[in-house]
Design a binder for this molecule. Structure first.
Ligand code: ATR
Length: 281
């Protein structure tokens, strides 16, 4: 039997060599029997603009792309159409090239986080008290999908208090959203605590009180590493019974949501998280 050529997908960014996305999508394709190829493509801004690189990839017959740092805002600006969640995030991590040549821009980061917390964390969001730490681009991307899950309340805390307050005000929802600096975080346990600052990347801890962690809290760091992050270590040190999860599941979750947009099939993320975990540790 002659096998048809695979549909082409990929991830663009810079740097891109260490991206886990080609592995993740290969595992998804095997799991679901989809005939696709997926490659990592570096866009060097000194050689080509983001817009021209995308035009070229479209001409080469790509059906869709993931977009990672530093191009998520460029991807937002260059899309012909946007999903509501991409519009609210003001950043795009997934392109779907439509039959009519138009580019649909989506943002699956927040859906990936929600999927991971619900599946690996076994935590439905409804009625949960959620503390989000950080108010930058990464947090902006997760708020709408998180609010859609009807948490009981959301408090956003950030080094720059004003940024947290303004971000909270952008969403019109009956769910109470408040924002503050570190000092004004309510000093009582939250059910779900999500660190979305870039501080973890530098091995730094946001200076918040351990009173926010309870025995039943799920503590989540949006970044991941071979070892538990400083934030997750801090949480366990103060509350050994709390549940911790790092952002590897979010990475696989956002990929699963992109795969679903492209192929109409949602892969099972858990075996893929385990395989990628083995590889990085
Ligand atoms: P990203 O797209 O990764 O979210 P960003 O938009 O620059 O990047 O946002 C970085 C976030 O991490 C912000 O919430 C930032 O706080 P400020 O708004 O006060 O700048 C936070 N952040 C960065 N470095 C930090 C540090 N050392 N301690 C605490 N928060 C930090």
């Amino acid at each position: 039997m002659i096998q048809a050529d695979p549909d082409k997908y990929g991830v663009v960014g810079d740097p891109i060599a260490h991206s886990k996305s080609p592995l993740i999508h290969r595992l998804f394709a095997e799991q679901t029997g989809q005939n696709i190829s997926y490659q990592a493509i570096r866009i060097d801004s000194e050689e080509i603009s983001f817009a021209n690189a995308i035009k070229q990839l479209k001409l080469e017959g790509f059906k869709g792309l993931n977009i990672t740092l530093p191009y998520k805002v460029d991807a937002f600006e260059q899309a012909d159409q946007l999903t509501e969640r991409a519009q609210l995030a003001q950043a795009v991590n997934t392109y779907l090239f439509n039959e009519n040549g138009q580019i649909l821009g989506d943002n699956t980061d927040g859906a990936g986080l929600v999927l991971d917390i619900e599946q690996q964390g076994q935590r439905p969001f409804n009625d949960q008290r959620v503390l989000i730490i950080g108010a930058g681009g990464a947090v902006q991307g997760i708020l709408q999908p998180l609010l859609a899950k009807q948490p009981g309340l959301v408090h956003i805390a950030n080094r720059t208090a004003k940024r947290a307050e303004l971000l909270g005000q952008r969403f019109s929802t009956p769910i109470p959203i408040t924002g503050s600096g570190w000092q004004d975080i309510p000093q009582e346990p939250f059910d779900i605590i999500i660190n979305g600052t870039s501080a973890s990347l530098e091995g730094k801890l946001p200076p918040i009180s351990e009173k926010v962690i309870g025995r039943h809290s799920l503590v989540y760091d949006m970044m991941y590493a071979a070892e538990p992050t400083v934030f997750l270590n801090w949480a366990k040190q103060h509350q050994p019974e709390c549940q911790i999860l790092d952002g590897l599941g979010m990475l696989v979750g956002q990929a699963a949501e992109s795969f679903y947009l492209w192929r109409g099939i949602k892969p099972d993320i858990e075996p893929v998280i385990q395989q990628v975990r083995k590889l990085i540790s």
